[in-house]
Every structure is written in C-alpha cells, then in structure tokens.
Ligand binder design. Structure first.
Ligand code: COD
Length: 322
C-alpha cells in the first residue's frame, strides 16, 4: 500500500483541488515500475497508453501481439525512439495466443499485472478465469472522476459479472471496498442501487440491496458503510434524499455505487463518460494479479490512470502477503 501521507484520497481532501487522478499518478510515481503484459497490443491508442504509463514511471509494458504491426505503429506514432524506445515485444499469432502467453508470464512471475489491448473482453478473460483465480470473486471496478462530484466515484460491476446473485454482489462490493481503502478512504460509503428506494419483491435488486445493507451492519461486508436500496438520484444527492425523507449515512457522499447488473452499470458508466465528461479508469480485482480492463475505445489517459490503479493494487497485495 502506498504511504498514508501520499494516498490520493487523503491528499485530495487536504488540497481541495479537482484532479484526484493526478494525485493518484503522483502517489504511485515513486514506486518501482511494475512489469505489465499488454495483451494484443497492436492498436495505436493501446500503445500510446502503455507508452504514457511507462514515461510516467508507473509500468514497464511488455507488448504481446503481431510484432511487425506493433513496430510499425510505434514508428507511426513516434514512440520507437526518444524517451520511449526498446519496448520488449513478444510475438503472438492472434489474440487468443497473446492472452495465453500473458497468463504464462504471470505464472512464471515475469509480469505483475495484465492489460487488455485490442482483444475482446471475453477472450481476454477466459484464460485468466481458468488459470489465475485465487478463490476470490473476480470483479471489475470503474473509478470515475467527474467535475460535478467532489470525490472519486467507484462503480461496480459494469464489466465482468453479468447478472450477479446476492452473494456474488457481496463479493463484488467487498472487492470495491478494498480498492477504495487502498485509495485512502478508510471506511467507504457504498450505495446499493436500484430504481427505487423501497423494497419491492417484484424488483429483485431492491431485495438484494436491503440484504446487503444488513450484511454491512452485521460485518459480513467489512470496513464500509452500506445502504440500499437507493435510486441513483437519492444516492448521489443529499437534497434529493431529503425531499424523499430518506435518512441514510451514505447519501450525498457516496464512494461506491454497487449496480444491479452488468448492463445497467455499463450504461451508467458510459453515460457519465460521454454525457458528463467523466474520465473512467478500470481495474479487475480478485485474480492473482491486477488486470487493467479498459474498453477498446478508451483514450490514453484512461489507460494511464488504470495502470496507476494496477500499481496501487499490486503494492497493496504485496504488503498483505508479506
Ligand atoms: N470470478 C470467479 N470465478 C468465476 C467468475 C468470476 N467473476 N465468473 C465465472 N467464474 C467461474 C465459475 O464459477 C466457473 O467455475 C467457471 O469460472 C466458468 O464459469 P462460467 O461458465 O460462468 O464463465 P464463462 O467463462 O462462461 O464467463 C465468464 C466471463 C467473465 C467471460 C463472462 O461472465 C462474461 O462474458 N462477462 C462479460 C465480459 C464482457 O464482455 N465484458 C464487456 C463489458 S465492457
């Protein structure tokens, strides 16, 4: 874990300024760069993100994929010389072979994290699920920075678990709580989302949310304040909650939004990105190594910040194991 003094949550609370992500990047920069396998790296945005993360001393990328294409693209975008030369390139015939090689590199201890390149998510995830499970649930967290919200907002799970049941939601939430704590939030506030704030047995997510809130009270979800069901508006806005007469320790100051399923979460996150200008970083937790799972259309900054999250998680896990 990065030292308390420099953890981004705390640093930002003190500074009161906007870029939480800049604080995160600054906090991980002094740590040793971690070797990261970039799976199916032959795409310009992927290479720009990997190069930027290397320039900022966060990761040491190992580029896996079509070697000729990778070299040509590095040349085209001016990243074959100057401050970004001599990438290690591991040739792979296709996406599946690249994913397989990356998993082997984790097994041999050659890399400490994985990054999705131009490969489809499910093809990327299959060998990870088959060979790099730990007994923990694998789940994804979007970490979002928005001008209209006063802190980082974690959204989970919008990318891996398609239709989680109650116990899977509890595991997804615990993963996000653990990440929030690494980001410097000692006791994160989590809102379990549905469409309404009342329990309605016809809407299963409201029932799950009420159970999760009670699981939070009873310590079955640790180190967090959990409440739900909450609709998006009354989770995010204390004013909206007050109008509805909702008394809750989390409303208006939420760190984590636990969404009912992948589809609703994915729409929420992309909506924030495209309509509200959010920057979305993304990380998969629960595997043997942190996995950077950005969308193929994501800009280099999203990949850069996601790399910083991977470094944070890697050092957090190493500290736990030692
Ligand atoms: N964590 C731990 N174990 C898991 C998980 C998980 N998240 N998911 C499945 N398992 C285990 C199961 O218990 C089982 O033992 C084995 O893995 C296979 O389970 P299946 O058959 O349900 O898994 P798959 O391989 O069919 O599907 C897993 C995926 C992650 C590929 C699937 O859930 C998926 O496609 N998710 C959406 C990915 C995606 O397209 N995201 C894009 C959004 S940007």
């Amino acid at each position: 874990m990065i030292p308390e003094r420099t953890r981004p949550g705390l640093a930002m609370a003190a500074a009161g300024s906007f870029s939480h992500f800049d604080a995160l990047l600054e906090a991980v920069a002094p740590l040793d760069d971690i070797p990261v396998a970039v799976v199916d790296a032959a795409q310009e945005e992927v290479l720009r993100g990997a190069c930027e993360a290397r320039l900022q001393s966060i990761v040491e990328p190992v580029l896996i994929g079509d070697e000729a294409q990778i070299r040509a693209m590095l040349r085209d975008i001016g990243m074959d010389q100057g401050s970004c030369p001599n990438f290690r390139i591991v040739p792979a015939e296709n996406s599946e072979a690249a994913a397989e090689l990356a998993v082997q590199m984790v097994e041999k201890g050659e890399v400490k994290a994985l990054m999705k390149g131009h490969i489809h998510s499910d093809a990327f995830l299959h060998p990870i699920l088959a060979r790099l499970r730990t007994g923990q649930r694998l789940s994804h967290v979007f970490v979002t920075e928005l001008k209209s919200y006063h802190k980082l907002l974690l959204i989970t799970d919008a990318a891996i678990n398609i239709a989680p049941d109650l116990l899977t939601k509890a595991a997804i939430l615990q993963n996000a709580v653990d990440l929030a704590r690494l980001l410097g939030v000692e006791c994160p506030k989590a809102a379990v989302l549905s469409a309404i704030e009342m329990v309605n047995p016809a809407i299963v997510s409201t029932v799950d949310a009420a159970c999760l809130a009670k699981m939070g009270d009873r310590g079955q979800i640790q180190h967090a304040l959990v409440d739900g069901p909450l609709a998006f508006d009354n989770a995010i806005s204390a004013h909206s909650a007050e109008i509805k007469g909702i008394r809750s320790p989390v409303v208006g100051d939420v760190d984590i939004l636990l969404v009912p399923d992948l589809v609703s979460g994915n729409i929420l996150a992309k909506d924030l990105e495209y309509m509200a200008g959010a920057t979305l970083a993304g990380i998969v937790l629960g595997a043997r190594v942190p996995v950077i799972l950005t969308s193929r259309a994501d800009p280099p900054r999203a990949r850069l910040v996601s790399s910083a999250l991977a470094a944070l998680v890697y050092y957090g896990q190493s500290k736990k194991e030692n």
